[in-house]
Design a binder for this molecule. Sequence first.
Ligand code: ZN
Length: 460
Amino acid sequence: MEAFEKIKKSPALGFVKHFPRAHFIAVAALSVVLVGASMLPSDNASASRHEQVIAIPALSQVDEQPITLPVEPPPPEVKQTPYRISNQTVRSGDNLSLIFKRAGLSDKHMIGLLNGNADSKRLTKLFPGHTLEFSISDEGELVELQYVKSRLNKLVYTKLDSGYDFEEIVRQPDIHSASRSGKISTSLFDAGMQANLDDRLIMEFANIFGWDVDFALDIRKGDTFKVLYEEKFLDGEKLGNGEILAAEFINQGEAFRAVRYVNEDGESSYYAPDGTSMRKAFLRAPLDFRRISSNFNPKRLHPITKVVRPHRGTDYAADRGTPVWAAGAGRVIASGYTQYNGNYIVIQHGNNIQTKYLHLHKRFVKKGDRVKQKQRIGSVGSTGLSQAPHLHYEFLLDGVHRNPRTVINKLPKADSIAKSEMARFQNQTQVWIAELEPTTNTRYAASDILSESAEAKSSL
Ligand SMILES: [Zn+2]
């Protein structure tokens, strides 16, 4: 108690009326402590509980004299307008009227708002999962409505004497970059999860390389990946992940690299470091790799006819109903049913390439239709000579079954960055390409890069 006693014995020098607010707060806080101390049983507790004399060395240096101040009386009760708050989450099939009713309001209130501001029309498009926060007065009036789309965007309607005021609040997250890398032991998906990538980033990664790599059949244990991506923060709290900035996949010893480039029109796409588009005329696999069963071994001995035939094409086992995509843009030249093929589709791409899709459960295109790349043309089934749901996929070049990966130089060329745009491309992407290359000697100014690497451990 010595320190307190010493303080209490300091001479009172009267009120100091003017001093900086920060000091006032510090002094006020200390005086509260002293009030507490003075209430303890003590022979020396003689100072008034309402007026403390204190001497704080730090403050003394600033103000050059000890100061005293009255203990602040408790602030007067601020009369809070007692609004009732009702938070309502938009459900599927909801409409504004239903939500108003759940908040304890009527159609009269809803119409009052809709007529009270032209921007209230924006409330007629509601999305499940968004929330509406109602502030309702004692008299049952809607004082404020906030339509919260996300932490970054909300619409605020505030009651005026007549009608409603409208304000849209948009916040921008802080963007940092992060990186993750891993080694594949079972599947890209497992390795991605182990490296703490979320589903969307893993799928985006597979999409970026989906023209070069068949993530169901091409991957091997020991393949490695590295991903640089955006992380979004708001008020220091992570909101989620943004776009992939650059990525690398080393598949069976072959390195594939991609970097995101945003052109002058604001359109983004992925390119190899030399400026050729990652998009090619053909997808490597005409279905989502995550839905392909990993333990599927196509047998040459046909399970039903028991005839050994060289297997032309690729079999992908997947659940019945899994969407099947057109591997490339083209025209449907056959869509029908035969005893062996079951439901099948053939697409002609240019003059010399055909793709075939067999054993489909359903067909969604007919002969003569034009299809776009990755358009859903059917679903996986087990029709025709098939024992279990799977897609039999064939790629024919000049009538011969080929692996599109090995005939890449005979396929249509991918789009490239124009010569005139190359300097802009390199300027924008070189920092990310350098980040993919840990052994690079070049150092770019990248102070904003938070690099974090998580080597996924083998799960074997
Ligand atoms: Zn087959």
